[in-house]
Write a protein that binds this ligand. Structure first.
Ligand code: AMP
Length: 488
C-alpha cells in the first residue's frame, strides 16, 4: 500500500507487540478511499492511528477509511516516457506512410452527441448496447466519449459540406477511443487508433489501397507475420438472402448458441459468425458462406479486389467468418491479423461502409476505411525489438558554482537550437554526475571542473568508447554542435 501524498508516512514498529506498519488517517487530506486493513489485537492503541499486525498474525479484517494515493481508472493506462518514445516513432512512420498514399490529417473532438454513434454504429451492437461512456451534461444533452472515429470523421465531412467542393477525400486521424470492455492485455477502456478513411470512391481499388498501405506500414515497423483476412458482406440487395439462409441454418441449432447469440439472432444475426464462444463456433462451423449469396455487382467487386491483391503479390486469406460488429459495413471487410502477441489477434480492421453517409443524413457517397489498434501495434513492435529509451546527446558535468554559472548559458543555447542537452543544477561530485549521465543514457559528457576552467578547455567524453577530446570553453556551443554532428 502506498501512502504517497499523506502527511505521515507508514512506519514500522519493533518487538512482538508492535505493528508492522502504522497508517495515519488524516481527515485534512481529500484523497481518502475505503481500504481494508488488518487489525491486530496486540497493537497498542495510539490516537489517530490504525494498526497492521506483524506478518503471520491471524488477521481480524475490517474496513476503515484510510488515506492512499489515487490510482488510474481500471482499463485506462498511462503511457510512460519509455513507451511514449516508441509511440512517437510509430506515429512518425505512420504519418509518413499515410502521407505518401495521399492521406491528410483531420483532428476531431473526442466527445460527440450520443445519437451519432447510435445511428451510425447501430443500436444492436455491443458497442452501443453496453460499452459506451455516455452521460448527460449540464444542459441536458446526451453525450458520448467516442468509441470509434469513423462516425465522427463522416460527421465532420457532412457538417462542413466538404463533399460539395470535392467528394473524394482521404483522411487520417490518430487518437483515443473509449469502450467499456472487460480490460485485459491488448484490450483497454481507453485505447488509441490510427484511422484512415477514403470518401467518394466506390471502386475496390480503394479497399486494396488501404490494405496495401497497412501491409506497408506493418512491414516498415518490422511486423513480419501480418496476414490480411478479407471477406465481402454483400450489399442491401443481396445480404437479406444470406441473412435468411443463416437464420434457417441457425433454427436447428438454437440450443447450442450462447445467450448473446440467441439475442443477436433477432438483432444482428451476422455477428453470430463472429462469436468467440467455442460452443457457438462449433455450432456455426458449417454455416452458409456469405460469398455464395453475393449479387453480380458485389461478386465482381470482390473478384477485382482479389485480382488486385494477387497482382501485388499480397498473400491473403478469404475468411467467411469476418463479419465485423458495426452495422454500416457493406461489401469489402478486412482485418490484419498477427500472432506476434501469442494468440492470433487483429491489429487492424476495416472495410467499406457505403451506406453510412445516407444514414447520417448526407448524400449517397461511398466510403471505405480502417482502424489500427495503436496499443496492440506498439506491443507488437516492442516485443519485436524492445523499447529503446533515447537519452540526451550531451550531458554537461559542471563541478562547482563557477562551472555551473559558465555552463548554464551553453545548455540553454543547445536546447534552443534543438539539441537535447542536460545537466544537474546541483553541485555534485564528478562520480555522481557521471552516474546521472549514464542513467539518462547520454551519448557524450562535457566535463568542466577547476582544472578545465583554469585551462579554459573542457573534456568531452564519449560514453561508449570512453575517449576524451578537448573542447575550447570560449567556443563551447559551436564545438559541441560540431562534435555532436548537429552542424549545418
Ligand atoms: P474496431 O474499431 O473494433 O474495428 O477495432 C479496430 C482495431 O482497434 C482492432 O483490430 C484492435 O487492434 C483495436 N481495438 C479495438 N478495441 C480495442 C480495445 N478495447 N483495446 C485495445 N485495442 C482495441
Amino acid at each position: 500500500m502506498s501512502n504517497a501524498g499523506c502527511r505521515q508516512p507508514a512506519r514500522r514498529g519493533k518487538g512482538p507487540e508492535a505493528c508492522d506498519a502504522d497508517i495515519q488517517v488524516d481527515d485534512r487530506c481529500p484523497d481518502t478511499i475505503e481500504i481494508t486493513i488488518f487489525v491486530a489485537a496486540l497493537c497498542r492503541a495510539r490516537p489517530g492511528w490504525r494498526r497492521v499486525p506483524p506478518l503471520g498474525t491471524k488477521p481480524d479484517t475490517r474496513t476503515v477509511t484510510a488515506m492512499t494515493s489515487i490510482r488510474s481508472i481500471k482499463g485506462f493506462k498511462d503511457i510512460l516516457p519509455g513507451e511514449a518514445a516508441l509511440w512517437q516513432s510509430i506515429e512518425k512512420t505512420a504519418t509518413e506512410v499515410l502521407g505518401a498514399f495521399g492521406f491528410r490529417e483531420i483532428r476531431l473532438p473526442i466527445l460527440e452527441k450520443t445519437e451519432l454513434f447510435a445511428r451510425s454504429i447501430g443500436e444492436a451492437t455491443d458497442i452501443v448496447e453496453k460499452e459506451m461512456y455516455t452521460f448527460t451534461d449540464r444542459s441536458g444533452d446526451l453525450l458520448t466519449l467516442r468509441p470509434e472515429a469513423t462516425a465522427a470523421v463522416v460527421r465532420a465531412y457532412l457538417q462542413h459540406k466538404i463533399y460539395a467542393q470535392d467528394p473524394v477525400q482521404k483522411y487520417y486521424t490518430i487518437g483515443p477511443m473509449f469502450r467499456r470492455e472487460r480490460p485485459q492485455k491488448g484490450r483497454y477502456r481507453q485505447f488509441y487508433q490510427i484511422n484512415a478513411e477514403i470518401f467518394g470512391v466506390g471502386s475496390p481499388y480503394a479497399d486494396v489501397q488501404l490494405i496495401v498501405m497497412l501491409v506497408d506500414l506493418l512491414e516498415r515497423l518490422g511486423v513480419t507475420d501480418a496476414q490480411p483476412h478479407v471477406n465481402s458482406l454483400g450489399c442491401p440487395a443481396c445480404r437479406p438472402d444470406f441473412r435468411r439462409a443463416l437464420l434457417d441454418f441457425l433454427a436447428a441449432r438454437e440450443e447450442r448458441l450462447c445467450a448473446d447469440c440467441l439475442r443477436r439472432r433477432e438483432t444482428n444475426p451476422l455477428r453470430i459468425l463472429d462469436c468467440k464462444v467455442p460452443g457457438c463456433r462449433e455450432a456455426t462451423r458449417d454455416a452458409p458462406a456469405l460469398s455464395r449469396f453475393l449479387c453480380a455487382e458485389c461478386r465482381s467487386h470482390f473478384d477485382i479486389l482479389q485480382g488486385a491483391l494477387d497482382a501485388l503479390g499480397i498473400a491473403y486469406l478469404i475468411d467467411n467468418r469476418l463479419v465485423r460488429g458495426l452495422d454500416y459495413y457493406s461489401r469489402t471487410t478486412f482485418e490484419i491479423q498477427t500472432s506476434a502477441l501469442g494468440a492470433q489477434s487483429a491489429v487492424a480492421g476495416g472495410g467499406r461502409y457505403d451506406g453510412l453517409m445516407k444514414t447520417l443524413g448526407g448524400p449517397d457517397i461511398p466510403a471505405t476505411g480502417f482502424a489500427i489498434g495503436f496499443d496492440r501495434l506498439a506491443e507488437i513492435v516492442a516485443a519485436g525489438k524492445g523499447t529503446e529509451i533515447p537519452g540526451p546527446l550531451v550531458f554537461i558535468a559542471a563541478l562547482g558554482a563557477e562551472a555551473q554559472a559558465r555552463a548554464f548559458p551553453w545548455l540553454a543555447a543547445l536546447n534552443r537550437s534543438g539539441i537535447w542537452a542536460d545537466m544537474l543544477f546541483e553541485d555534485k561530485s564528478l562520480k555522481s554526475q557521471m552516474k546521472r549521465a549514464g542513467k539518462l543514457g547520454a551519448r557524450k559528457v562535457l566535463i568542466i571542473g577547476e582544472n578545465e576552467l583554469a585551462a579554459n578547455t573542457g573534456q568531452l567524453r564519449d560514453m561508449t568508447t570512453r575517449e576524451q577530446v578537448p573542447v575550447s570553453l570560449d567556443r563551447a556551443v559551436e564545438e559541441l554542435r560540431r562534435h555532436l554532428g548537429a552542424d549545418g
